[in-house]
Design a protein around this ligand. Structure first.
Ligand code: FMN
Length: 203
């Protein structure tokens, strides 16, 4: 897959096959995150790969938002749960020492996580970015020291769903049809793209 194709194909995946994820594919994702652009090359993010079968259900328990709902409609169907997670952390000690604004740190996190999502897809997997996380619960389960802030968690596995892209008109509300297929409306290119100047304001 070339990069454009990978980017266009990427959809958030929340249903997974009951197949473990090879550790080296997860490591490649983190390596791709490591090399993402960072403001001032300050590199504040660190990552936890979670693939221990004992831990997976506990981590899932810390997920509060799943496709806009507190839990999937069908409950946590065991065979279809994420098979691994990568938690992106902000090292706040480094952040203070290296004098970076929180806005830039947040941009860094986004860049790193998108790298992971794309490399994950290129390796035949699927993923979903999660920020709806019960942070205290997750911190406890993974023994995350206080100096780290939990930013984003990526849920991963071999995809077992095919979300469908839709054209958003008035609404960007997503929906699930009677066959359980997720539909994801995106704004049209001409609605979001501007060229050169905006027209002169009147008055
Ligand atoms: C910053 C961020 C936070 C997100 N948090 C969640 C989340 O907590 N739970 C969830 O199910 N999806 C979450 N998502 C995934 C979005 O719901 C998804 O990207 C959006 O519906 C568009 O679908 P797509 O990724 O397939 O294009 C998050 C995405 C981003 C970028």
């Amino acid at each position: 897959m070339d990069i454009y194709e990978t980017v266009i194909k990427r959809r958030s995946i929340r249903e997974f096959k009951d197949i473990p994820v090879p550790y080296d594919t997860l490591e490649r994702c983190v390596n791709a995150a490591r090399l993402a652009p960072t403001a001032g090359n300050r590199q504040l993010c660190e990552y936890i790969i979670v693939d221990d079968e004992q831990l997976l259900p506990q981590v899932l328990n810390a997920v509060d938002s799943w496709f806009g709902m507190p839990r999937p409609r069908e409950g946590w169907s065991p065979g279809r749960r994420p098979k691994a997670y990568i938690v992106t952390l902000i090292n706040t000690e480094l952040e203070a020492a290296r004098g970076i604004s929180r806005t830039d740190t947040n941009y860094d996190v986004g860049m790193a996580v998108e790298n992971m999502a794309l490399i994950d897809l290129e390796q035949g997997l699927g993923s979903c970015v999660l920020t709806g996380i019960a942070q205290d619960k997750l911190r406890q389960v993974l023994n995350i020291p206080d100096k780290y802030e939990i930013a984003i968690m990526l849920a991963l596995g071999f995809s077992d769903e095919s979300p469908v892209l839709e054209i958003a008109t008035n609404s960007v509300e997503r929906w699930v049809d009677s066959k359980g297929v997720r539909h994801i409306p995106k704004r049209k290119l001409e609605d979001i793209m501007h060229r050169n100047k905006f027209p002169q304001r009147q008055g």
